[in-house]
Design a binder for this molecule. Structure first.
Ligand SMILES: O=C(O)CCC(=O)C(=O)O
Length: 238
């Protein structure tokens, strides 16, 4: 894997996002799968969960909603998640990206998504990342740990939409229908198809949404937040 990220700053500024290949080393992706397998085997055995799916994570996460609520906050603490986030931070720094973009006090931390097959409860309609943006200087890195596409679930982004600034929102935080109606979404939005280990670096102002996981396994995404404590937005200023 090349150490240079080769982020095209011009494309990032014009389209609001860039697609990057080979961000996460294959050995780290394999390690994530190994750790999840151990976790699943123990959970199935200890909780007496019957294995019905090829991906046992589906069985574990659908076995009991309360237990899932207990597990979910733990998932981002898997060391592979922290390692991916920290490796990416190191590469963004070494590549000069953080300096070029003016980050003076970088904050870099991961969220995770574990999306069950056909589950719409936690998918997002078209939105901008207003809620999770705490800094005027901010990017997201969307990193699928399993191959992503229309079937296995993905992300869909609208190129150039960051140029409109923050758009009027619905009560649930999604972009208001009237604002979307001006945007020619059908013709212009792009669904990302990429192998595990690639990623999409994007401006939180870019209008984007979840692409539903229609496969029989869990869609796993690490979402790395890249923000700047030198440019914090006070909560009451949002
Ligand atoms: O479902 C996805 O992978 C996209 C997630 C997303 O849009 C977000 O977390 O802001």
């Amino acid at each position: 894997m090349s150490e240079e990220l080769q982020i095209d700053d011009r494309v990032l500024s014009e389209r609001g996002f860039v697609v990057l290949r080979d961000l996460v080393d294959r050995t780290l992706i394999d390690e994530a799968e190994r750790v999840l397998e151990v976790f699943c085997e123990r959970q199935l055995a200890e909780r007496g969960i019957k294995r019905r799916h090829q991906d046992p994570l589906v069985d574990i996460m659908t076995s009991d909603e309360d237990y899932r609520a207990f597990l979910f906050p733990l998932l981002r603490n898997f060391f592979f998640v922290q390692e991916i986030s920290s490796n990416i931070g190191g590469r963004l720094k070494n590549d000069g990206f953080l300096d070029r973009q003016g980050f003076r006090a970088p904050l870099i931390w991961p969220y995770v998504r574990f999306d069950l097959p056909d589950e719409t409860t936690y998918t997002f309609d078209f939105h901008q990342d207003l809620n999770s943006t705490i800094s005027k200087r901010a990017f997201r890195l969307w990193l699928p740990l399993r191959d992503a596409d229309q079937v296995h679930g993905s992300i869909e982004l609208l190129p150039g939409s960051h140029k409109s600034g923050w758009l009027p929102g619905r009560d649930d935080g999604m972009v208001a229908d009237a604002a979307l109606a001006t945007m020619d979404l059908d013709a212009k939005s792009e669904c990302i198809a990429m192998p595990a280990g690639g990623g999409v670096l994007f401006d939180p102002l870019v209008v984007h949404r979840s692409v539903l996981n229609r496969s029989d396994r869990v869609k796993i995404v690490v979402m790395v937040q890249i923000q700047d404590a030198g440019e914090l937005i006070a909560p009451d200023a949002k």
